[in-house]
Design a protein around this ligand. Structure first.
Ligand SMILES: C[S@@+](CC[C@H](N)C(=O)[O-])C[C@H]1O[C@@H](n2cnc3c(N)ncnc32)[C@H](O)[C@@H]1O
Length: 268
């Protein structure tokens, strides 16, 4: 097994995030909720406008909205949406002529995300229970794919990234916040499965992650910045941005171009 491969206990993930959905006040050993979101730079308007319930089970490790602009009318897909905090923020940004689609594998989170969207008065939000490695969505249907603290939890990260690319329209963008491995040494592997669910064991170094992103077919990949979020001594929150298509290279946030035809409105 290479440094880039590890097993994942899906049942551990579902169990932990069911607990977070149902007992948001419990101490899980990492930051969460509204205070954490504020610390990660979520705008005060969002914190005020969205109901408190939307923030209570939020397990953000970064702020995908700080990486690129989301515009009114766009379609946004959130991979591993949890209780739907980022789904609701995106719903505010795309407004009611846009669309937001949340995907999560934990039924209690899916239920909570749907409830939170309803509570916020959004009718342009849909949440699917599914594996982010196998999205129940059409090709080229999203303008922006976001994810926050979820891809590190997948055992099949290459499929997750390929699926993100598949559903993005030409020129679409992946705005990703996730945990990154700071130290490749990992003595705790195999024995402590809950460390996978807690965003520790499934993390990759930035080099391994970049390798996967390239393999998936993304271009114009930029590692934007570290966040202060920690899940263990050897992890660090990070923000990345990937373009579906080729235009510029290097570390930039410029617009991409693509030869494929645009196919909007296929997600619902
Ligand atoms: C750390 S939480 C983050 C939730 C949310 N993005 C947020 O910022 O609050 C990770 C979420 O990813 C979901 N998840 C983990 N692996 C998944 C997979 N393979 N497919 C779908 N969802 C997954 C979990 O159920 C959990 O809700």
């Amino acid at each position: 097994m290479s440094d880039c491969e590890q097993p994942t206990p899906l049942e551990q993930i579902k169990s932990l995030y069911t607990e977070l959905a149902r007992e948001p006040d419990k101490d899980f050993g990492w930051e969460k909720g509204k205070v954490n979101a504020k610390a990660l730079g979520y705008e005060s308007e969002w914190l005020t406008v969205l109901p408190d319930a939307v923030w209570e089970s939020c397990a953000a490790v970064g702020n995908p909205f700080s990486i690129g602009k989301i515009l009114p009318g766009q379609t946004v897909v959130d991979l591993g949406c949890g209780a739907g905090t980022d789904v609701c923020v995106a719903a505010l940004l795309v407004q009611d002529h846009g669309k937001v689609i949340g995907i999560d594998c934990t039924p209690a989170m899916v239920e909570k995300a749907r409830t939170n969207a309803k509570l916020s008065g959004f009718s342009h939000v849909v949440v699917h229970e599914a594996d982010i490695a196998k999205l129940p969505l059409q090709d080229n249907c999203a303008d922006v794919v976001i994810s926050n603290g979820a891809i590190n939890l997948s055992i099949d990260k290459i499929s997750v990234l390929k699926e993100a690319l598949r559903i993005l329209r030409p020129g679409g963008q992946l705005q990703l916040a996730d945990m990154i491995r700071d130290n490749v040494k990992n003595e705790l592997a195999e024995t402590k499965n809950d460390l996978w669910a807690n965003c520790v064991l499934g993390t990759l170094t930035i080099e391994c992650f970049a390798q996967l992103v390239e393999e998936a077919g993304f271009e114009q990949v930029s590692f934007v910045s570290k966040t202060d979020y920690k899940t263990a001594e050897n992890t660090v929150g990070g923000k990345k941005i990937e373009k579906k298509s080729l235009a510029n290279s290097g570390y930039c946030l410029g617009k991409g171009l693509c030869s494929q035809p645009d196919k909007p409105d296929l997600c619902f």
